[in-house]
Write a protein that binds this ligand. Structure first.
Ligand code: ZN
Ligand code: ZN
Length: 254
């Protein structure tokens, strides 16, 4: 499996972009920094996009990608999301007001996007891989993911505050290679983190005690751009040895 981090922030500022992770050539997880990192040909190759939740930083480039790939593919790009995420995308995004309804453009028969609901807690197959969506804790329905292939698995927390099931699933995942876990605000912003369902370094430190796996590195992502420097200075507060900030361009192969 080959994983490439296109970008991994919780907002945008100058050269920092929102989250988008490419798995192989044809699958993306979240649609943040998509059009700023993939050429036309690379975008046309994408068959499936799995989105963690409906917040704008995770879906925004679907709008821009639609313009690029419309009419260039033989079949729709499938967008996979939980029931409320797909409902929100349909109702508030591709609604012919905020953006054209690309589930009917260029034609109803062969549109740009097909929206597909997955069942939280139930694994589904995509791009030859198994993806287990695990509900996490956020103001809207939000998923972490465990992606399994023949050569191993990796996990991605999605946007979340303190949670339980995600860690339990990680603890029992065989051949788990690494986990990407969100960290959004510095400790001084704990009240903002609480109401918005995100981690701070100390909060994450307490969370990671639920992760019994000491054998895997944890890569931190979704830094809010305005606090990116402050967060790097507070990483030692997480209190775990194998933690690293995730960076755009990072690749993992196993
Ligand atoms: Zn986010
Ligand atoms: Zn969010």
């Amino acid at each position: 499996m080959q994983i490439r981090v296109l970008d991994c922030h919780g907002g945008e500022l100058l050269d920092l972009k929102t989250t988008c992770v490419q798995v192989g050539e044809r699958l993306l997880i979240d649609a943040g920094a998509l059009v700023s990192n993939l050429t036309i040909d690379q975008q046309v190759e994408i068959d499936d996009i799995v989105v963690s939740h409906s917040h704008f930083d995770h879906i925004k480039d679907l709008a821009m990608m639609a313009d690029v790939v419309a009419g260039r593919r033989r079949r729709p790009v499938t967008i996979h999301g939980s029931p409320r995420t797909i409902e929100a995308i349909r109702k508030f995004f591709f609604n012919d007001r905020l953006w054209p309804d690309f589930t009917r453009i260029p034609s109803r028969k062969n549109p740009t996007f097909a929206l597909k609901v997955f069942r939280p807690g139930h694994a589904f197959e995509v791009a030859g891989l198994s993806v287990l969506p695990v509900p996490v804790a956020h103001p809207v329905e939000s998923m972490g993911f465990i992606v399994k292939g023949r050569s191993g698995a990796f996990a991605m927390s999605g946007d979340t505050g303190p949670t339980t099931r995600f860690w339990k699933e990680l603890n029992r995942t065989e051949n788990l290679r690494f986990a990407m876990v969100e960290l959004s605000f510095p400790d001084e912003q704990i009240e903002v983190a609480k109401i918005s369902g995100h981690m701070t370094p100390r909060r994450l430190g307490a969370e990671l005690r639920k992760l019994e796996r000491r054998d895997i590195p944890v890569f931190l992502y979704h830094f809010k751009p305005a606090f990116a420097r402050a967060l790097r200075a507070q990483l030692h507060r997480v209190g775990r040895a194998e933690i690293y900030p995730l960076s755009p361009g990072d690749t993992f192969t196993f």
